[in-house]
Design a protein around this ligand. Structure first.
Ligand code: PLP
Length: 456
């Protein structure tokens, strides 16, 4: 229990780091991604002791294994109480299937879970040193607003968000551009992949070495660890913990940070039978699992589940690493992972827009279940899996709903004839004033802006 976990780089050419350093640095010096050296195991009875506990209590129990040595347990508990002050509904749908709604945070996507914890960790880690930070992040829709909200008003931390102008919905954009203060938002005339490439290049650029840049994208280990918690929480609420009942999770996936959170929970001993990873038409990972050959999709395909329009998932190197392979940040496979084992643990499927819309319709007609495009991709994946594996029909399953349907009112209304009511967090957006800059999808002007704004 008192073990202090260190974090290694998936490229294996940088020294290991403690949590504080891994978090503040974002990416390892060799451009690899940080991963915990060990996965602390649930002792007998530990999981059972979490049954019936609040989300904040479960979060404290899971996360303290990773924050040992970096944060006091009482402090962590305080941060969890503060970060997780919203509901995490688990809806029974039919048979043994459930939907977990991860959309009740302040920006109405599951990214609030990780962004809120990471912001609090970072604020703690720089509190005593007088350091300043510039959090640089690229978003395909929901990361930007979750990160901007999580850091808004935090002293000595400034946030710069890049987003693809034509790929985010009005509500998604307004969630980031109406904050002001320490949050700056830039619209890029390009795709999400362009934004991500610009951000990655800035991190590696020696000309920017004086700016204390850190990432809040899902490459940051601080974004992954908190995402292991809701898998554990769902399990303690729904499963027969005493018999280690197996569970299937279906995860709508883009950069695979959400799924990696589940993987971490699984490696800690959560009895996961299978992860269903459901992508939209950006099917590079389902193809990789099927063929063993990896080809990124360039440019990424534009789908209605826009937060998953990713042609080369930034967390894929982590997944490959966990299965004994090695992949660099370009997506070049230096050593193949254990594909057989991957296929045993994961079921990967691509769901196109037609099928996504059809799923939104059917889920509503059959079960009165209101899904938005991302959650519908996950639900369609689960339904397909259960059709192909009828012998698992009685296995407990949980499909993750990652955004609030009211973030996509036109799409939902077109599918089911009613527009979902916005939660309070989205309701007054239209009345707030927007402010954001614009840049082309070129590195140079972006680099100049960074130097002008942030170089001390
Ligand atoms: C970011 C996002 C996803 C994809 O999550 P990854 O961790 O990138 O796989 C799915 N749904 C919504 C609503 C998102 O915002």
């Amino acid at each position: 229990m008192t073990q202090r976990i260190r974090y290694y780089s998936t490229n294996r050419k940088a020294p290991t780091a403690d949590l504080r350093r891994a978090l503040l640095q974002g990416q390892a010096g060799d451009r690899g991604l940080f991963m915990p050296e060990i996965f602390p195991q649930w002792g007998a009875g530990e999981l059972a002791s979490l049954v019936g506990r609040s989300y904040a209590e479960v979060a404290t129990s899971v996360l303290r294994r990773f924050t040992e040595g970096a944060l006091e347990a009482t402090e962590l508990r305080r941060l969890c109480d503060d970060a997780y002050d919203f509901e995490v509904p688990l809806e029974h749908v039919t048979g043994r299937t459930h939907v977990m709604r991860l959309d009740r945070g302040p920006t109405a996507s599951f990214k609030d879970f990780a962004a809120r914890m990471m912001a609090r960790w970072m604020a703690c880690f720089i509190r005593d040193s007088g350091d300043e930070l510039v959090v640089l992040t690229a978003t395909s829709g929901d990361t930007g607003s979750a990160v901007a909200h999580a850091f808004h008003g935090v002293e000595r931390i400034r946030v710069l968000v890049l987003f693809p102008i034509a790929e985010v919905s009005d509500r998604q954009r307004k969630q980031m551009t109406t904050l002001g203060g320490n949050v700056t938002t830039i619209a890029i005339d390009g795709k999400f992949d362009d934004c991500q490439r610009m951000v990655k290049r800035a991190f590696a650029d020696p000309a920017l070495a004086d700016i204390p840049l850190t990432s809040a994208n899902s490459i940051n280990i601080g974004r992954l660890l908190p995402q292991s918690v809701y898998y554990v929480y769902a399990y303690t609420r729904l499963a027969d913990v005493a018999t280690s009942e197996p569970v299937i999770f279906s995860v709508p996936s883009g950069n695979f940070g959400d799924m990696m959170g589940g993987m971490i929970a699984g490696r800690m001993g959560l009895p996961v039978r299978r992860f269903i990873i459901a992508t939209n038409a950006n099917d590079e990972v389902p193809s990789f699992l099927a063929t063993g050959r990896y080809e990124r999709i360039e440019p990424s395909r534009v789908c209605i589940s826009n937060a998953m329009n990713v042609g080369h998932p930034s967390n894929l190197a982590r997944l490959v690493d966990l299965y004994g392979g090695r992949m660099d940040e370009q997506g070049t496979l230096h050593r193949p992972p254990d594909l057989e084992r991957l296929r045993r643990d994961l079921y990967a499927i691509s769901i196109d827009d037609d099928r996504t819309r059809q799923t939104i319709q059917e889920a509503y007609e059959q079960f009165g279940l209101v899904l938005e495009p991302h959650g519908a991709v996950g639900w369609a994946g689960l339904m397909q899996y259960l059709r192909e594996h009828p012998q698992e029909a009685d296995v407990l399953s949980v499909s993750l709903e990652t955004a609030h349907p009211a973030k996509f009112p036109e799409e939902i209304e077109a599918c089911i004839g009613v527009a979902p009511d916005p939660p309070p967090s989205l309701a007054d957006l239209d009345r707030r004033e927007e402010s954001y800059g614009s840049l082309p999808a070129d590195y140079e002007p972006f680099c100049e802006l960074l130097l002008k704004e942030f170089k001390s």
